[in-house]
Design a protein around this ligand. Structure first.
Ligand code: GUN
Ligand code: ZN
Length: 466
């Protein structure tokens, strides 16, 4: 909030798209899709106040922005991403365990330094905003200062961020290990300082089972039991060599997931990345706990980890959200993430609709995080975390867009071809936190008003009118 200044009442006009339910993994169906072409979205006190048809312009006391011909979506929610790993994104030639040793651990050591942590957090959050992501579940590093600076930077930007100092007291190099007592102190300090402040929440952050002793896992579980409002984040069953290592380290556990269950780390606010090598019993345990898998398709393809069984997860009742997992993933863009999710499911013989993908990256993630009262949709009363997009950018995508025969075809091309170049502006709690410089959308026709999108043919407008 800026020093007692009244917050302007703001209204944006564009095509609104969000979800009222889960479209499911089947063929595209409009059932749960709320598509409101050419509507005003009214924002007051940082929240969505109302939605009304384009013909009903708000009065003169509203700051009106005309984005006709563009798309407004709820801000994306990235449920698993590593802030310090922007420094190793796109690193060549290894699978998970080698990749951690070769690239990731050395990069994360630098975050012991407060200056590096502060600068890294700012670059990272601004990069999320520049891709339309307004909420994220984030791993910083083992260093308390890395979590502290990340929270501070998120507070400055008004973002919904869930994070916590990474716990790792074994099987990690010097400069990246903590110990049980020191880690517990750091967690308690950070929880007192940040959990529930502004739009921030603390996640007890176990890197993965191999880098925590049983004593540290027990401490993490005790933190969760003491305060059920805390989140928990970790990795599970990502890579075959990793799964085998966990089997050797925890011979008494039934499965990798069971290591966490036994330590009291599976609960409704648990976010477990990957979950590629799970079985039906694991999926039932996730369902019963109300925990979620943060599916990270870009990372899974890049590190050669495997193909996530989304259909089995859905059949088993386990919640699934979508995540970039940078730097295992190669893009912070949730459009790129959704496109990779489509490819992974295609290799499994499942067709992921754009409706299902977009739902998962917005309302679905909000529900899985128990935050759907605040984020994930364009419902009046929700925080005004939203994004304005071009439907297409550049001559190829514009031509494809103009030929789309229905909403799903249009949205699917948007998801498969799109990236941050399509993004016009990002609002967090009703405030502009990112605005594209210039107009990158392709071919601005002469005389077009500055904020208006390229006009589509009248026939196309009719086709998408309902
Ligand atoms: N497992 C443990 N740490 C990591 C990490 O940083 N990235 C990924 N993808 N998997 C992990
Ligand atoms: Zn990860």
């Amino acid at each position: 909030m800026s020093g007692g200044q009244p917050i302007p009442r703001r209204a944006l006009r564009a095509d609104l798209l969000d979800f009222t339910g889960d479209p499911g993994l089947g063929a595209p169906s409009l059932g749960a899709v709320r598509h409101r072409p050419d509507h005003w979205l009214l924002i007051e006190h940082g929240r969505i106040a109302a939605v009304r048809p384009g013909a009903q312009a708000p009065g003169p006391d509203w700051l009106c922005e005309d984005h006709r011909g563009r798309l407004i979506l709820p801000g994306f929610i990235d449920t698993h991403v590593h802030s310090p790993q922007l420094d190793v994104i796109g690193s060549y030639g290894t699978e998970l365990l080698d990749w951690l040793e070769t690239y990731t651990f050395p990069a994360e050591r630098r975050y012991a330094d407060a200056g590096v942590a502060e600068q890294g957090a700012a670059v990272f959050l601004d990069a999320l905003l520049a891709r339309g992501t307004t909420a994220a579940v984030v791993f910083p590093t083992v260093h308390k200062v890395s979590a502290d600076r990340l929270f501070a930077a998120a507070e400055q930007r008004g973002m919904r961020v869930i994070a916590g100092k990474v716990l790792m007291d074994r099987n990690a190099p010097d400069g990246l290990r903590d110990d049980v007592a020191g880690a517990e102190r750091d967690c308690l300090d950070l929880i007192a300082r940040w959990h529930g402040k502004a739009r921030l929440a603390y996640a007890v952050t176990v890197r993965f089972a191999p880098t925590s002793t049983p004593a540290q896992l027990a401490m993490a579980g005790a933190l969760c039991s003491a305060d059920p409002t805390l989140y928990m984040q970790t990795h599970v069953a990502e890579n075959r060599a990793e799964v085998q290592w966990v089997r050797e380290l925890f011979p008494d556990a039934r499965s990798y997931l069971d290591v966490y269950a036994r330590a009291g780390l599976l609960h409704p606010r648990s976010v477990l990345a990957h979950g590629i090598w799970l079985d039906d019993e694991d999926r039932a345990a996730l369902r019963d706990a109300g925990a979620q898998i943060a599916h990270s398709p870009s990372s899974n393809l890049f590190l050669g980890s495997g193909l996530f069984r989304w259909r089995d997860a859905e059949a088993g009742g386990a919640a699934v959200s979508l995540a970039s997992d940078v730097g295992g993933g190669t893009s912070l863009s949730m459009q790129r993430t959704m496109a990779d999710a489509y490819r992974v499911q295609a290799l499994r013989g499942v067709r992921l609709s754009a409706f299902k993908a977009l739902h998962t990256a917005t309302l679905g993630a909000a529900q899985a995080l128990k935050l759907d009262h605040e984020i994930g949709s364009l419902e009046p009363g929700r925080m005004a975390d939203l994004t304005v997009w071009d439907w297409a950018s550049g001559p190829v995508a514009r031509a494809r867009d103009a030929l789309a025969r229905d909403l799903h075809e249009r949205l699917f091309a948007w998801m498969m071809l799109g990236d941050e170049r399509y993004l016009v502006t990002t609002l967090v709690a009703g405030r502009t936190q990112y605005m594209r410089r210039g107009n990158d959308s392709g071919a601005p026709p002469p005389g077009r008003p500055k904020t208006a999108a390229p006009p589509r043919g009248a026939d196309a407008a009719r086709r998408h009118g309902g």
